[in-house]
Design a protein around this ligand. Structure first.
Ligand code: XUL
Ligand code: CO
Length: 436
């Protein structure tokens, strides 16, 4: 193994009593929780772009992070060093998965063909490292937002030449994902939106996006990629309005363009907040219709209105998320990807460990708390009671399609005013707190 993270050994589980900052207090990979190990429940993934490519650069200032793998002059040598540092990190942290964009692991070349060659070379290196370490690819994706050619979008670009370029790029990104045994492929439409309607044909752009997704599905079929396609909703940033605004919008889009059978959603916590929702709301909207496929875990900052992508630490949020995930029986081929970055002031490699350990412990606690809440039936019992009137009598007849407005009017004329029952919000909030 390389030694980019000097002096840091494999992170052990030491339990809640430990005060070792480089140990897990709650995440115990092999610990059984309701028939599955914690590792199987949580399926943590590290995101390549923030963790290994993040430099601390922001719109006001330069790179600040101390990253020894980012040093070699030659682009490909640097890419190889970065990949090796990544696998050292995965192993020391003890995660089973990672996620990447094509251009994270392999630099863009002077020509399209050179970019493809770079990617293929890095895929070979990644395949070997995966084999040596047992760490697998949760999902791959293509960066269709960084290069200037994508300024006005990729699939939704008004210029068909750019659409074609994006298609050619995604063709290779899907093939790379397949080659590495990736379990999912994600589309996040970073610039698939608009800044002003004055220059935008919204209907045309959405039809282009749908064509693009159909082509991706068709291509996957021809090469035998059987992973799950995921769309990651986000309402804005970098564009003012993005077409994949939130879970409900994406589900409607999939329905409209006959794509429902081929896609699930990758829900990201901070994106939910930007859309004016809670994380749990977005997870629930997707889960309700069997479309919650995977999750990007992070958090925003209530005082900052942008995608701060901080590491998750809030037990209330991780508990709420794990309630949805456990109630749908897990994430299947999906997982919890730390699409999260350090604060700019956290400059050292060791900060990457603190951040991931904290996030993994926060979700392990969320898992344990949610499991207990479910087992004790303190919420489900209350909720099923609240809807009990639909399990018999007139409610059952309504749901069975046996009633209509006329028969219900007759029912009301007979029974009169319904009684008002409390929703007991504060009582329920107190229950959650008693479990946390
Ligand atoms: C951006 C974001 C992306 C996607 C992958 O907000 O979340 O990193 O997860 O392109
Ligand atoms: Co994301």
């Amino acid at each position: 193994m390389t030694d980019f993270f000097k002096g840091i050994a494999t992170i052990p589980f030491e339990g809640a009593g430990s005060n070792n900052p480089l140990a897990f207090k709650y995440y115990n990979a092999q610990q059984q929780v309701a028939g599955k190990s914690m590792a199987e429940h949580l399926r943590f993934a590290v995101s390549f772009w923030h963790t290994f490519k993040g430099t601390g650069r922001d719109i006001f200032g330069a790179e600040v992070y101390d990253r020894s793998w980012d040093a070699p002059e030659n682009k490909m040598t640097r890419a190889k060093a970065t990949l090796e540092a990544a696998f050292e990190f995965f192993q020391k942290l003890g995660v089973d998965y990672y996620c990447f964009h094509d251009r994270d692991i392999a630099p863009e070349g002077e020509t399209f063909s050179e970019s493809c060659r770079n990617l293929e070379q890095m895929v070979q290196s990644a395949a070997k490292l995966q084999k040596d370490t047992g760490v697998n690819l949760l999902w791959g994706t293509a960066n269709l937002f960084g290069h200037p050619r994508y300024t006005h979008g990729a699939a939704t670009n008004p210029d068909a030449h750019v659409f074609a370029y994006a298609a050619a790029q995604v063709k290779h990104a899907i093939a790379a994902t397949k080659e590495l045994g990736g379990e999912n492929y994600v589309f996040w439409g970073g610039r698939e939106g608009y800044d002003t309607l004055l220059n935008t044909d919204m209907k045309q752009e959405q039809e282009q996006l749908a064509r693009f997704f159909h082509m991706a599905v068709d291509y996957a079929r021809t090469i035998g990629f059987t992973g799950q396609f995921l769309i990651e909703p986000k309402p804005m940033e970098p564009t003012k309005h993005q077409y994949d605004f939130d879970a409900a919008t994406v589900l409607n889009f999939l329905q409209t363009y006959h794509l429902m059978d081929h896609f699930k959603l990758n829900i990201e916590a901070n994106h939910a907040n930007l859309a004016g929702h809670t994380f749990a709301h977005e997870l629930s909207v997707a889960s309700c219709v069997g479309k919650l496929g995977s999750v990007d875990v992070n958090r925003g900052d209530p005082l900052l209105g942008w995608d701060t992508d901080q590491f998750p630490v809030d037990l209330y949020e991780t508990t709420a998320a794990m309630l949805v995930i456990l109630n749908q029986g897990g994430l299947g081929s999906g997982g919890l990807n730390f699409d999260a970055k350090l604060r700019r002031g956290s400059t050292d490699p060791i900060d990457l460990f603190h951040a991931h350990i904290g996030g993994m412990d926060a979700f392990a606690r969320g898992l344990l708390i949610a499991r207990k809440i479910i087992d004790d039936k303190v919420l489900s019992g209350f909720v099923s009671n609240r809807y009990a009137s639909y399990a018999s009598g007139v409610g059952q007849d309504i749901m069975a399609g046996k009633m209509n407005f006329k028969t219900l009017e007759e029912y009301i004329l007979k029974t009169g005013e319904p009684s008002l029952k409390s929703g007991r919000q504060e009582y329920l909030e107190n229950i959650i707190n008693s479990y946390i």
